[in-house]
Design a protein around this ligand. Structure first.
Ligand SMILES: [Zn+2]
Length: 96
């Protein structure tokens, strides 16, 4: 009833949550997948939790190609892994 916040589903574990709690991945027309920190990049998007296990499960070529319905560059996967690790170290895991 007061569910005004946009809800998104993690592509790995299927948890549905406020989209601010999820990271957006976006696939460009060139087949490169990147983390979209602002959530506004053009292209097909997918959402993932910050959990490491979700990332490990999702960062597979077959999985991403299925989700994005198109070819995903192998090199994108490496970039995503590096970006994710960097992101976590940058954010200094918030203590609620
Ligand atoms: Zn998840």
């Amino acid at each position: 009833m007061n569910q005004a916040k946009p809800q998104r589903t993690c592509i790995s574990c299927g948890t549905e949550t406020d989209k601010k709690q999820l990271l957006r991945l976006v696939r460009g027309v060139d087949g490169k997948v990147a983390i979209d920190l602002k959530g506004k990049a053009n292209g097909r998007g997918a959402y993932l939790c910050y959990k490491k296990q979700c990332w490990e499960k999702a960062l597979k070529k077959d999985k991403l190609e299925h989700i994005f319905k198109g070819k995903v560059e192998e090199s994108s996967l490496d970039i995503l892994r590096v970006s994710y690790v960097k992101l976590l170290s940058d954010e200094h895991t918030q203590t609620a």
